[in-house]
Design a protein around this ligand. Structure first.
Ligand code: AKG
Length: 323
């Protein structure tokens, strides 16, 4: 085996050019916790890694009940939520929403998916000893709801060391039929943020679409997952999801975004400040030490509904994926 990826600095782990995705396509990349050096190596090479059975069934059931409480507005204010009658069934309420941003601001249970030991152990293998989280998104994605066009998460949430890592937890079995994630393995290793353009494709919500990259849709692989599994993916990895085409039900998932605590976070910058010092301090520590603890923490973001495209997408400012 070559040098374990985890022992290299983040920027040296992902070098281009790289070997291609194995022909068999599946089930490479599906592992069990705790991660081995080979698993971390796989993540470095392909940009994603599924850990199966990460959450037991009863924990997922509790998280799904909490998702309904959030969508009803019972966990606290969510910008964009419509009024619900107390006798309205959870089903009716849930299917109104594609996604709620920042659920961890409302719910200790949602927040526990950021701070639990299993997550910290996996992320210290992938990112390094000091890890923080800045974002969460609760996708409900009922049957008929759209997906998200090709994008890279660092386009929206820039880190300074390319350490952004999504942790996407399946609350239902995620399948091709109900709109699972698709990824282009290895696409993170160019270290390039491809240009985005606005798109009006009815398969997708209002966010823009990355283009001009050297891949076609045929290079993508579906990441089908059992409920309770988690997929970690690199912030430069090209990924998308397609609409939920199942006849009923949901494709619920919680995505938390993590990064190395050493990097400043120039996200939603303070316009009065110098760019080089912009650092969003609305964070939750996950593992290790926060080198910027002396700055204190902020409470910048509030929970809000993500525009899904039904009823139009409005102006482009509102099409920002993350707050
Ligand atoms: O869950 C989805 O359908 C899309 C999630 C996604 O694109 C992301 O977390 O960046």
């Amino acid at each position: 085996m070559t040098t374990p990826a985890a022992s290299l600095p983040v920027h040296e782990r992902y070098q281009y050019p790289f070997s291609s995705w194995p022909d068999s396509r599946s089930p490479a990349g599906y592992v069990k916790a705790p991660l081995t050096d080979d698993d971390v190596e796989f993540y470095g090479e392909h940009g994603f890694l599924v850990i199966e059975d990460f959450y037991p069934t009863e924990e997922i059931a509790g998280l799904n009940s909490e998702a309904a409480r959030i969508c009803r507005g019972d966990a606290g204010p969510v910008r964009g939520l419509t009024e619900h009658q107390p006798d309205e069934a959870d089903d009716e309420v849930l299917r109104k929403y594609l996604c709620i941003h920042f659920p961890h601001k409302l719910s200790e249970l949602m927040k526990s998916t950021i701070t639990n030991r299993r997550t910290a152990d996996a992320l210290t293998g992938i990112i390094g000893p000091n890890v923080k989280c800045m974002q969460s998104m609760l996708f409900i994605k009922a049957a008929g709801k759209p997906g998200q066009a090709w994008h890279q998460d660092e386009f929206y949430i820039p880190t300074r060391d390319r350490s952004l890592t999504g942790g996407w937890i399946a609350f239902d079995d995620a399948t091709v039929q109900n709109g699972c994630l698709w990824v282009i393995p290895g696409s993170h290793r160019h270290g390039v943020l491809w240009p985005q353009h606005q798109q009006k494709d009815p398969r997708f919500d209002c966010a823009g679409e990355s283009g001009d990259f050297p891949y076609t849709d045929d290079d993508a692989v579906p990441v089908e997952m059992k409920a309770g599994s988690i997929v970690f993916f690199n912030g430069y990895l090209l990924h998308r999801s397609l609409p939920n085409k199942a006849v009923g039900g949901y494709r619920r998932a919680l995505v938390n975004h993590f990064m190395s605590a050493e990097s400043l976070l120039p996200w939603h910058s303070d316009e009065s400040g110098w760019m080089g010092q912009c650092d969003n301090r609305d964070i939750v520590m996950v593992a290790g030490k926060d080198p910027y603890a002396y700055k204190g923490l902020e409470d910048r973001h509030g929970a809000h509904v993500r525009p899904s495209g039904e009823g139009g997408c409005g102006d482009s400012k509102n099409n920002q994926k993350d707050d």
